[in-house]
Design a protein around this ligand. Structure first.
Ligand SMILES: Cc1cc2nc3c(=O)[nH]c(=O)nc-3n(C[C@H](O)[C@H](O)[C@H](O)COP(=O)(O)OP(=O)(O)OC[C@H]3O[C@@H](n4cnc5c(N)ncnc54)[C@H](O)[C@@H]3O)c2cc1C
Length: 482
């Protein structure tokens, strides 16, 4: 039996893996390969939290392969050079991979495909990550979409309810001499002494395909009902928490959609289901935007912001935001949730991003970079879109006058203060009424939470007015509803 290399990247699963399936369908023995080459993704090489996740995800993939008679061959270094070595070692006749959509990965993959094809190897890429390929959805004028609602109206019609292929039961054994590195050799985990900064992550997450399927089952059995409303409340388990699993390809969006569409939902739950599908639609839209406008990972999507007067960051204030010491409880709770779990609720992502880009008026890239290093679901398409949307610089962005008022947000979405008390425990003794704006209760704050900042690092009202003034220059169009 001949061999085919199956180059795993961010498709760390065996079910609905078109590259793996293509090798098997061609009657070739798949050689599962992972090549660690983070520099090839520069300037957005994966951050520390992503690497901590990847360590566990690779271990899970290797275990799943071994359970089926195969194993993961891990190499490190220049991807093309390593692939060429593996072709020589295995006499592989073909190379299969699933596509990535970030500009650096596209450039690398194109180079590799052209180089190897010209030498007669069968090289084929597949779609494992998206419901609709970015180049297959376009406006009536043949342009890429810049607005979510018509994009999703178009893309949604193409959703396929067919359940994708499951994981193969058995896989051919690899040649015994074929060797690779161990996952530990990649030194993806934090190397500093105990206590490790990722220690808290693993109370919340089980990286790998099995962990992803478990979360999907739990969501469909539970939080899917009521999702549309409940998803806004950061203190509840009301969303799927599938984002890191989707990012690493431990589950396919097709599998999620097929499972959702296969279930007979009561009419009252249908709006929840539609809303959940539309959030997967935002993920598709982000990838659509990044594919068609690759410069937006670095630059404003809306050119009217080219001359915008961002404030020069003050290192102390930026650090206060990063560490959750701004003196604004809902902002600090979000930033600490991120630090402790590697994830932050979508509502608080919008609140902390608005605080950074509107109240502090720092360029969204400062926030995007911090998220990039600390999120386990850090994803170039979604992160870029999330930051540009909140900053008002994006394609289909919040308008400049939408400045999240963190006090009102806390009163509306964390009225009982459960979220703030959980992540900012030094405020736990304050009464509910003082939790959203504790600086207005100076005596209580001094007495009950002496370690918490006595007032916000920036005056919320004055900074809001200054932002409105600065933003009113490069006006943006009205947004899609969020
Ligand atoms: C400033 C900012 C930065 C963000 N950075 C990222 C990021 O790096 N990676 C990331 O995956 N998401 C990012 N998001 C989007 C969103 O916050 C997360 O996808 C969501 O909170 C993940 O939780 P969940 O899996 O429980 O979502 P659910 O509500 O269960 O949604 C299901 C899936 O839909 C997708 N999704 C949901 N909301 C969005 C959205 N607004 N945009 C794009 N896709 C979405 C995700 O893949 C998610 O797993 C960002 C949002 C903001 C405002």
């Amino acid at each position: 039996m001949g061999h085919a290399l199956v180059w795993f990247r961010r498709d760390l699963r065996l079910a609905d893996n078109p590259a793996l399936k293509a090798a098997l369908d061609a009657g070739l023995a798949p050689v599962p390969v992972y090549i660690h080459a983070p520099d090839e993704e520069a300037p957005w090489a994966p951050g520390a939290a992503s690497h901590a996740w990847l360590h566990r995800s690779l271990l899970a993939l290797d275990a799943d392969l071994r359970a089926r008679g195969s194993r993961l061959i891990i190499r490190q270094g220049d991807s093309l050079a390593e692939i060429e070595k593996l072709i020589a070692e295995t006499k592989a006749e073909a190379l299969h991979w699933n596509r990535l959509y970030e500009p650096a990965s596209i450039a690398r993959d194109t180079r590799i495909k052209q180089g190897l094809k010209s030498r007669g190897l069968h090289v084929e890429s597949h779609n494992a990550a998206l419901l609709v390929e970015p180049w297959t959805v376009q406006t009536g004028q043949g342009e890429p979409y810049r607005v979510f609602t018509p994009f999703w109206k178009n893309a949604r019609q193409r959703l396929d309810a067919t359940m994708p292929a499951g994981a193969p039961r058995r896989l051919p054994e690899l040649p015994p001499m074929l060797a690779g590195l161990g996952v530990e050799d990649l030194r993806l985990e934090p190397q500093r002494p105990e206590p490790r900064w990722d220690a808290g992550f693993w109370e919340h997450w089980v990286p790998g395909e099995a962990g992803a399927l478990e979360l999907l089952d739990a969501f469909l059995d539970g939080a899917a009902r009521g999702y549309k409303e409940q998803r806004n409340f950061p203190d509840r388990i009301a969303t799927s928490k599938l984002s890191p699993h989707l990012h690493f390809g431990e589950i396919s969006p097709r599998t999620i959609v097929a499972r959702v569409l296969a279930q007979a939902w009561p009419a009252a739950v249908q709006p929840d289901i539609d809303h959940f599908l539309s959030e997967l639609g935002w993920r598709e839209f982000s990838h659509h935007l990044l594919f068609h406008f690759p410069h937006t990972a670095q630059e404003n999507m809306n050119p009217r912001f080219r001359e915008f007067r961002w404030a020069r960051p003050d290192a102390r204030l930026l650090a206060a935001w990063q560490r959750g010491r701004t003196g604004v409880p809902i902002v600090d709770a979000g930033m600490r949730e991120l630090w402790h779990t590697g994830w932050m609720h979508n509502r608080t992502r919008m609140v902390v991003a608005s605080f950074l880009t509107k109240n502090l008026r720092y360029h969204w890239k400062h926030g995007a970079q911090w998220f990039w290093d600390t999120l386990v679901d850090a994803d170039l398409a979604n992160n870029t879109q999330g930051w540009q949307w909140t900053a008002g610089t994006g394609a289909d962005a919040a308008p400049y006058f939408r400045i999240f008022n963190p006090v009102a947000q806390a009163e509306k979405f964390d009225a009982a203060g459960k979220y703030v008390r959980r992540w900012v425990p030094e405020l736990a003794k304050l009464p509910d009424a003082a939790l959203s704006a504790p600086w207005e209760h100076a005596d209580l704050l001094r007495r009950l939470a002496p370690d918490y900042p006595p007032k916000p690092i920036v005056d919320l009202k004055a900074s809001r007015e200054a932002a409105l003034e600065a933003y009113s220059g490069p006006k943006t169009k009205p947004p899609a509803e969020r």
